[in-house]
Ligand binder design. Structure first.
Ligand code: G3H
Ligand code: 13P
Ligand code: ZN
Length: 316
């Protein structure tokens, strides 16, 4: 059943976070549904602009619709990840998405407000939820590069003004994370003190954490042992921090890179160990099972595992 992110956040706020996972292909889609049902978790499917052009819009919609039939128990939102204004309108008009993210965080404050307001107006007219972003994450967002120096943490006062003026349903905040596999150096981590200040100004309002992959060391080591060349110092968000972020208002946690690492590890190891093989289905099968296991594990860390019945009941 496709629901809005707003409906999911109402149940989750302060109790647990919903995993928001990016998908690009059939194997990810099957593994995603399987892992969420194995762990009895509600979830968010995220589709980036890159995914829409890679897999074609209609193919992705078809995949998700078919997955609903194969896994009828699933409760999830379909969300556009890092949309610009036009991508938001395309998704709103498609009638398929239940949630969009308008990412105008690289514009000056007033322009970010104005663009978000326009998207909110069109989305809310169709019952679609809107996530906006304020502050700048480090790393790469789609085609926009933000170097560490210019990554700015979200200002709590600005966040309150922004939400009031823009009318969005949730807000992606910059609290030290960045996209990709190389987030932190040394003892860096999440700025939970900043998150607490934002929550004080926006009590009860759903906050979103982007760039939340944990980049497990074991995964990087296995990829490199199978021919990869990742920087071994790659480091992500400590999974133990999720439980600290949830009471501070984080209800959506975005994870893409970790899923890519699972894909990379499975395929590199498979073809290293079976160099004469050419059929891509055996590693594809392993990947779907491993991805499902990975999703179930993440949901346990986020606290969303085992919440499906509660969400179903709350939705009525
Ligand atoms: O925030 C970016 C997400 O990881 C999506 O990545 O634009 O390469 O699909 P992508
Ligand atoms: P990661 O690169 O940490 O997986 O973040 C994904 C994300 O924020 C998608 O919007
Ligand atoms: Zn993101």
């Amino acid at each position: 059943m496709i629901v809005t992110t707003k409906e999911l956040f109402k149940v989750a706020y302060g109790q647990f976070a919903i995993g928001a996972y990016n998908i690009n292909n059939m194997e990810q889609c099957i593994g995603l549904f399987q892992g969420n049902l194995d762990s009895q978790a509600p979830f968010i499917i995220q589709i980036s602009k890159g995914a829409r052009s890679y897999a074609r819009v209609k193919m992705l919609e078809g995949l998700i619709n078919s997955a609903q039939e194969v896994f009828p128990e699933a409760i999830f939102a379909v969300h556009l990840d890092h949309g610009d204004e036009q991508a938001c309108y395309d998704c709103i008009d498609s009638g398929f998405y239940s949630s969009v993210m308008i990412d105008a965080s690289h514009f000056p404050f007033d322009e970010n407000v104005a663009i978000t307001q326009r998207v909110v107006e069109r989305a809310h007219a169709k019952g679609i939820s809107v996530e906006a972003e304020l502050g700048m994450l480090g790393g790469v967002e789609e085609d926009i590069k933000v170097d560490e120096k210019h990554a700015m943490l979200t200002d709590p006062d600005e966040a309150a003004t922004f939400v009031e003026r823009a009318g969005c349903d949730s807000l992606a905040v910059a609290i030290g994370t960045s996209h990709g596999a190389y987030k932190f150096k040394g003892r860096q981590g999440l700025h939970l003190e900043r998150l607490a200040e934002i929550q004080q100004r926006l009590p009860g309002f759903p906050l979103v954490m982007h760039g939340s992959s944990s980049v497990p060391r074991e995964e990087v080591e296995r990829i490199n042992a199978a021919g990869g060349a990742m920087d071994p110092s790659a480091r992500g968000v400590d999974e133990n921090e999720f439980a600290k972020a949830v009471p501070l208002g984080v209800t959506k946690v975005n994870i893409d890179t970790d899923g890519r690492l699972v894909w990379m590890r499975v395929h590199r190891e498979y073809f290293r160990d079976e160099p004469e093989k050419i059929d891509f289905r055996p590693p594809g099968k392993i990947f779907m099972a491993e991805y499902a296991k990975f999703i179930a594990h993440k949901n346990t860390q986020l606290g969303s595992a085992g919440r499906l019945a509660e969400v179903r009941e709350a939705l009525g």
